[in-house]
Design a protein around this ligand. Structure first.
Ligand code: ADP
Ligand code: ZN
Ligand code: ZN
Length: 762
């Protein structure tokens, strides 16, 4: 910290509005994140704490009537006098400073004067979200009911007793369909007490039927036994094919942790996945499970945060940011689907990866970390690979890493056979539908067999671009270098073009804006196109669309998935969201409508990600009693990723991929840092990028390769031009990246610079 700050600009600490949570290990964790990811500590603190805690507190002004002399207004300045009048006119005598400032000139000076005279006091009111929510609770205090009660009064007491002797007033009234008067009478007769109590705003989902631990398979039992022997820090890669029972292992690994008075943290990739997983945890552990993720309201996050602080043994299930959950006694961390890219924060600072932070946290808290996946990330794989054959289930010296594998599905259910369909062939024989003959046939027989299907397409909307048949003009976003996607809403009533980068939208034009031709053609399919074709070709099949457009509202994930699970639809059509751990046992068919969108990316991770996505989607088939079947449609059937998916061949795919990464010194061997620059003025951004690159040459050792500056893949997004500089460090380089922070000084204010350490896409 530099000392050249102007002391007059440093603000006073006015009030402590909430007790903090910073035991030393947690504090060390935050500092480590700030340092590694080249960000200010405050950015890390903001990422870690619930947003409600950082909300703005309001200053309020309260009249102290007992101190106020007669005719006080006449003693003081005009603004102070006006304030007094306003305050006196109100029963409570309480106003926000902001309100007074709007109403009265020089209000601040008046307030200061009044405070000095002792006639008013000024206090800080914490943000709304951090104010406890108070509600009336009714507690039964007698064992036997007095005889003079009416039938109705008795009923109310019975309900209360039946529910454990205590209920929130509004819930009790609802249950008994009674008025509050009846409860007041019961209170006056000394049967119950009514008290204001804080009600924690926790995400209260209905509790699923309870579920006992399952008898483990041999593989599961072996893995669990190893996990139970762990003491202190250890990192476990649990590599289990889809449907092999990893979740059951997490559940049984956590049970003794809770019994020993400690808590467990379970991280999952996305909200879409949480309802099912949360249900399984709730069924086993009841109210000890709490959910923490960014889709909660600020109040819910704040209260969940405080509940975690309380230190009772509990299980927190959450997404990326839950890695900062303030559990004082942590006994185990689980990252499910550890390969998933949503564990990396990309838009906001710090650009941390929850897996990296989880490892540090486990080290600091001296507890085990379980990384579970059917398709482990290359990072986790290399850590255990050299030892995995000769030392299965044994600790690998020094690194404290374990490799545990579940190569079989539960009950020896087979992995579904994967059929690759060459879509070029389909065109040749004149099939212009987006469904191949195989897929059509499979969809055809679905209903009669009373089975369900999942159709995957990696785009939402209807078409990915619209172009003019007459002149070839492509509709583009005015703010970004991308084509607009075509969407329709309300059964085609409104037709829109939308930018998936900046969310710009406009009505679909009737004619080409360039040449006026009415002949517009739609290219590239999204989820809406798939459902449209389903309706046309299979009018009897009922479908549900599951993408970020249909799951925007709170609880939508859960609603759609449970509708599907109840069999209210035959086909679930969705994007990436489908890949994450859905366990639906009626699904026998998985169709990948087009695999090509995943294969052709210029990113070095494209193959890894495509393999993971396809394998995960494929893994949704055949998880119940009926065997499954997967159909992958592609124009590139010979692509190595497609072939590896067909053979369910993780090991060979990964070895081939790793040797390429090693040759080019890409992660997990070399280390990458991406410097992103952006601004409205393209030339200015380009010039700044050049000076930043030059500075890097001076700052960094020769074992760092500097690539660029180069324009980003999509150069302009939301009217900002974007340039990148990629730093590639040799595997053994251990450079302190904090010096990179100096680069920020090289850019004018209008150009923003961000440093992404270990970027997932470049
Ligand atoms: P994964 O997390 O590896 O995809 P799950 O834990 O979801 O696998 O297990 C797949 C299915 O098998 C689930 O429906 C689960 O309830 C069931 N299952 C898991 N372990 C057992 C077991 N030991 N005996 C019977 N069923 C099990
Ligand atoms: Zn045209
Ligand atoms: Zn745009």
């Amino acid at each position: 910290p530099s000392a050249d700050l102007d002391p007059s600009r440093i603000r006073e600490v006015e009030d402590v509005i909430s007790a903090g949570f910073f035991p030393s290990s947690y504090w060390q964790l935050l500092n480590r994140v700030a340092e590694y990811y080249c960000t200010d500590l405050i950015a890390v603190i903001k990422a870690a704490l619930p947003p409600g805690l950082l909300g703005r507190s309001q200053r309020r002004i309260r009249l102290r009537r007992e101190w106020l002399p007669q005719g006080a207004e006449t003693f003081c300045s005009p603004s102070a006098g006006q304030i007094l009048q306003l305050l006196k006119s109100q029963k409570e005598g309480d106003y926000s400073a902001q309100y007074l400032q709007r109403q009265i000139r020089n209000a601040n000076r008046g307030i200061r004067e009044l405070v000095k005279r002792g006639w008013v006091e000024s206090y800080l009111e914490p943000p709304k979200t951090t104010r406890p929510k108070l509600q009336k609770a009714v507690t039964l205090i007698v064992e036997s009911f007095p005889i003079d009660l009416t039938q109705r009064q008795r009923e109310v007491l019975e309900v209360l007793r039946h529910r454990g002797g205590e209920l929130w007033l509004n819930e009790l009234l609802q249950l008994c369909k009674a008025s509050s008067a009846i409860v007041d009478v019961l209170a006056s007769k000394g049967c119950v007490v009514i008290q204001q109590r804080e009600r924690l705003r926790l995400l209260n989902e209905e509790r699923p039927t309870s579920d006992a631990p399952k008898t483990l398979t041999q593989d599961q039992a072996k893995a669990l036994a190893t996990i139970r022997t762990l003491e202190g820090f250890a990192q476990v890669l649990l590599h289990g094919v889809t449907g092999s029972g990893k979740t059951e292992i997490y559940l049984q690994a956590i049970a003794p942790i809770l019994e020993s008075g400690k808590s467990a943290l379970v991280l999952v990739p996305e909200i879409g996945l949480t309802p099912q997983l949360t249900d399984r945890f709730r069924a086993r552990f009841g109210h000890k499970v709490c959910v923490y993720h960014s889709a909660l309201s600020d109040g819910e996050r704040y209260d969940t945060w405080r509940q975690m602080l309380a230190g009772e043994p509990q299980i927190v299930i959450g997404t990326r940011s839950a890695i900062f959950a303030p559990l004082p006694k942590l006994g185990l961390i689980v990252l499910d689907e550890e390969h998933d890219s949503s564990f990396k924060q990309t838009q906001l600072l710090p650009t941390y990866h929850a897996r990296t932070v989880a490892k540090w946290r486990a080290e600091l808290e001296e507890c085990p970390l379980i990384l579970g996946s059917a398709t482990p990330s290359l990072e986790s794989w290399v850590e255990v690979r050299s030892h995995k054959e000769e030392r299965k289930n044994l600790p690998i010296p020094k690194t404290k890493s374990y490799y545990l594998s579940l190569p079989q599905r539960i009950q020896s259910r087979p992995l579904p056979p994967v059929e690759i369909v060459d879509m070029r062939r389909e065109l040749q024989i004149g099939n212009r539908s987006i469904f191949s003959r195989s897929l059509q046939e499979a969809l055809e027989s679905l209903q009669q067999r009373q089975q369900q299907a999942i159709l995957f397409i990696n785009r939402r909307g209807h078409s990915t671009f619209v172009s003019c048949r007459s002149c070839g003009y492509v509709m583009e976003c005015p703010h970004c270098d991308v084509s607009l996607s075509y969407h329709y809403t309300h059964e085609g009533a409104t037709e829109l073009l939308r930018c998936h980068y900046c969310n710009y939208s406009c009505l679909q034009p009737r004619n080409c804006p360039e040449c006026g031709s009415p002949y517009l053609k739609f290219f590239g399919s999204g989820t809406q196109k798939v459902t449209q074709e389903l309706t046309q070709q299979f009018p009897k099949l009922r479908w549900i669309r599951f993408d970020s457009d249909t799951t925007r509202t709170k609880g939508a994930h859960r609603t759609l998935l449970s509708q599907f699970a109840r069999g209210e639809a035959d086909v679930l059509v969705g994007t990436q969201m489908l890949t994450k751990g859905l366990d639906l046992d009626q699904v026998t068919l998985v169709g990948i409508v087009s695999a090509d969108g995943l294969l052709h990316h210029c990113d070095y991770r494209a193959s890894e990600r495509a393999f993971q996505t396809l394998t995960q989607v494929a893994g949704r088939a055949g998880r119940g009693d009926e065997p499954g079947r997967v159909i992958v449609q592609t124009y590139a059937p010979e692509h190595p990723v497609i072939q590896a998916v067909r053979r369910h061949d993780y090991d060979n795919f990964v070895e081939a991929e790793l040797s390429q990464r090693e040759a080019l010194n890409y992660p997990p061997y070399g280390r990458l840092v991406l410097i992103r620059l952006s601004g409205i003025d393209g030339v200015e951004v380009q010039n700044s990028a050049q000076s930043v690159a030059d500075a890097c040459t001076n700052l960094l050792n020769s074992d760092c390769e500097i690539l660029g500056p180069a324009p980003a893949n999509i150069m302009r997004v939301a009217r900002r031009y974007r340039w990148h500089i990629l730093l590639k460090f040799a595997a053994e380089a251990r450079e302190n990246l904090l010096i990179l922070n100096e680069l920020r000084n090289l850019c004018p204010q209008s150009v923003s610079l961000s440093i992404d350490v270990d970027p997932l896409s470049i």
